[in-house]
Design a protein around this ligand. Structure first.
Ligand SMILES: Cc1cc2nc3c(=O)[nH]c(=O)nc-3n(C[C@H](O)[C@H](O)[C@H](O)COP(=O)(O)OP(=O)(O)OC[C@H]3O[C@@H](n4cnc5c(N)ncnc54)[C@H](O)[C@@H]3O)c2cc1C
Length: 425
């Protein structure tokens, strides 16, 4: 169900079980997950499908999440599988590592995951939300929140209140709900801009993502689905210094394509720019807590780090699946029970979030710091992990389906048999 401005003008408050603030990929995903739990959900946010050049690589756990909610079929029309990940040391270090290639079949998966354009994902999630009778999508902003033991309320920017039993804060890095709940944040920045662009290229990618490790950060091609007239396509995430970003942004598409060919040593052949160039300053954000009274943080409201190892939205979907599990069977008008469920959420998320923020930070800084001991440690760690079979597979599994309790929405389901059961025609 979708409401744009009409509902806001109505002065009587809208009542719901769960209010999701923010209609980005995390907020919309949360709305679907809570609706599937039988909650009456309102999601408030503008549908933004204008992120230039951005794609998300979703790993197996995330695909299970969307399949379990019946959302992946529509999305899969825009996605390409990632069957391999290739890492190439392009730092010029005196401790170079040979290129490493990891294959999904080494851990018994057809693919590590699928890569999809952000805009297509958000558009499909929003379309499905509009058709879901348990979800009301209000394309507006939340102006303010009121959170206490007995009530969770939000006022819409265009006037009108929403009374909820529980609030999911998915309004991204500047979350207002987080601030009102008194949750403090530690933020930092990196001297990097992520340039993002979609590319058409001459040679096939063979469903392999290629990550060049450079001194300014990773330069990563991720496979994309081909389209009419452009059978071979990839997305590029290129971390560069702010000064270099300005230079590259000023180039013509042809000159930019030539630079990309040079940087990638021509592995995809001739390259053409296939969409606008995006630029995103890199930073990190850690919160003191991920819960407040009758509320929980998900997605970039709860954590932020650079796009290394494609962890951001995958982690956010684990937030959501975990939160849904914690609130399973909890009557949302019983504050004590909500508080107990949130204690579990707090405990369970701390490890996963901390591990990703710190892991990405170490990897990123190991490229940015030009010091021989750091170069040596990075080369040694990569060679060591990739050479020893069990460690290599453990590393791959950790990226795709991390250790720890797997939330219900991310558990593997037995394959559906296409053959009729014995005795049936
Ligand atoms: C270059 C790049 C590449 C990436 N690649 C990957 C990848 O391959 N795999 C992966 O898993 N992750 C990846 N990520 C991370 C991933 O894209 C993000 O984690 C994800 O998009 C964040 O989603 P979100 O919904 O939490 O936040 P957002 O997308 O920021 O959504 C928050 C929404 O809330 C809205 N909002 C704000 N205030 C209010 C308010 N008051 N009321 C209502 N709405 C409000 C905002 O307008 C916005 O629409 C990448 C990130 C970058 C920068």
């Amino acid at each position: 169900m979708s409401q744009t401005d009409g509902k806001a003008a109505d002065k009587s408050p809208i009542e719901c079980d769960v209010l999701v603030a923010g209609a980005g990929s995390a907020g919309l995903s949360a709305a679907h997950a809570f609706a599937a739990q039988g909650r009456k959900v309102v999601v408030v946010g503008k549908i933004e499908t204008n992120l230039a050049g951005r794609t998300v690589a979703l790993f197996e756990g995330s695909l299970r999440f969307y399949r379990a909610l019946g959302l992946w079929e529509a999305c899969s029309a825009h996605a390409a599988p990632m069957e391999g990940i290739r890492m190439i040391d392009d730092t010029g270090s005196i401790f170079p590592t040979t290129p490493k290639e990891f294959r999904s079949r080494e851990i018994d998966l057809d693919a590590f995951g699928e890569n999809i354009e952000n805009n297509a994902l958000v558009a499909e999630l929003a379309e499905a939300a509009k058709k879901n009778p348990a979800i009301t999508l209000i394309e507006d902003l939340v102006d303010t929140f009121e959170l206490n033991f007995s009530v969770a309320r939000a006022r819409l920017a265009s006037d009108g209140w929403i009374n909820a039993k529980f609030i999911v804060a998915g309004e991204g890095r500047n979350s207002q709900a987080r601030q009102i709940a008194g949750i403090t944040v530690k933020t930092w920045s990196y001297p990097q801009i992520a340039l993002t662009v979609l590319l058409a290229h001459e040679k096939p990618h063979h469903n392999i993502s290629t990550e060049f490790h450079k001194r300014s950060g990773p330069f990563t091609f991720v496979p994309l689905r081909g389209r009419d007239g452009a059978p071979h396509r990839s997305s590029l995430v290129w971390l560069v210094t702010p000064r270099e970003a300005l230079r590259l942004q000023a180039l013509s598409p042809e000159m930019l394509a030539a630079e990309i060919e040079d940087e990638s040593h021509g592995i995809l052949g001739a390259v053409t720019i296939d969409g606008p160039l995006g630029a995103f300053p890199m930073g990190g954000l850690k919160t003191s807590r991920v819960t407040g009274l009758r509320m929980a943080l998900i997605g970039e409201s709860a954590h932020l780090f650079p796009p290394i190892g494609a962890q951001g939205l995958n982690l956010s979907l684990r937030d959501i699946a975990n939160l849904v599990d914690c609130l399973e069977g909890v009557a949302l008008d019983e504050p004590d029970k909500i508080s107990r469920a949130l204690e579990t959420y707090e405990r369970q998320r701390a490890l996963d979030i901390g591990f990703r923020i710190n892991g990405v930070d170490v990897l990123n800084r190991s490229l940015l710091v030009h010091a021989l001991p750091v170069d040596f440690a990075r080369a040694f760690a990569l060679n060591f992990f990739s050479a020893i079979g069990p460690l290599r597979r453990a590393l791959m599994r950790e990226g795709v389906t991390p250790h720890g309790p797997t939330p219900k929405l991310m558990r593997a389901r037995p394959p559906v048999s296409r053959r009729p059961a014995a005795g049936k025609v």
